[in-house]
Design a protein around this ligand. Structure first.
Ligand code: 1GP
Length: 252
């Protein structure tokens, strides 16, 4: 698919989109086609592919296995330089703004950019913010994060405004994979009210109520990973989440 960013913008102006995260380190290539097909049939709007540790192993063939079964966009969600591989429709080109280590703010991007250019993968400029408790999740630990306090939405807003002023167009509000509590709705509302950034929310989202609340708060995309990985019936589970989002968007 070409111009994924515009597609996501247009579709998410009608209703909040459902992204499912596939961590290639946790799934074998032979299972991926079936899983991707179930995700699409269930109503997922896009598939994110990435993870914090060992996600680069066999990544190219894993992307191909996913792509061969579906037509929704496949977007890389890289945890490091090894999260870039051919075949994806786009990449969340992220800067982890609240890292204490410049590697995650700008150096990894410089190392990855020539490869992304050469492969012709569409970059979607994205600020990445990790919330409390931060260090206890893989992304926070790997990324040397100074976590955003849950009760200080104005700190997240300050980063969001700075990102927008730098020309970044999307923001990923991350509680961390498997987090006990997702990103607070207050924070989403504030960023939605005071910026034009596309808002992606992920980490610890497990229930229809949680995603509906975040859709109503102004999220353009909600991301579900762990809950789907643990599911015995992926298609039905995704369908329920997708219907909940459609319902939530009706009232907006
Ligand atoms: C992690 O936001 C994603 O980067 C998804 O988190 O695995 O908790 O759904 P979960």
């Amino acid at each position: 698919m070409k111009d994924v960013e515009r597609h996501l913008r247009e579709k998410s102006s009608e209703r909040t989109l459902l992204a499912t995260l596939v961590d290639p380190a946790n799934v074998s290539t032979s299972d991926l086609g079936r899983i991707a097909s179930d995700l699409e049939k269930g109503g997922a709007d896009l598939i994110l592919v990435g993870g914090s540790i060992a996600a680069g192993v066999d990544l190219e063939e894993k992307i191909l296995a996913i792509k061969s079964e579906i037509s929704i966009p496949v977007v890389l969600f890289p945890g490091n330089v090894d999260g870039v591989a051919p075949g994806a429709d786009a990449i969340l080109f992220m800067s982890l703004l609240n890292s204490g280590n410049p590697y995650w703010i700008i150096q990894v991007q410089a190392l990855a950019a020539p490869k992304i250019k050469k492969l012709g993968i569409e970059p979607i400029p994205t600020a990445y913010l990790i919330f409390e408790p931060g260090h206890t999740t893989a992304a926070g630990w790997v990324g040397w994060v100074n976590p955003i306090p849950r009760r200080k939405p104005q700190i997240a807003l300050a980063y969001a405004l700075a990102a927008e002023m730098l020309g970044i167009r999307w923001i990923y509000l991350e509680a961390g994979s498997g987090a006990e509590k997702p990103v607070p709705t207050e924070t989403i509302k504030l960023i939605s009210n005071f910026t034009d950034l596309g808002i992606i929310v992920g980490g610890g989202l497990r229930t229809q109520e949680q995603i509906s609340e975040r859709a109503k708060a102004g999220a353009n995309i909600v991301v579900i990973g762990t809950k789907i990985e643990e599911s015995k019936d992926i298609k039905s589970e995704i369908k329920a989440f997708s219907n909940a989002l459609k319902e939530a968007s009706k009232g907006l």
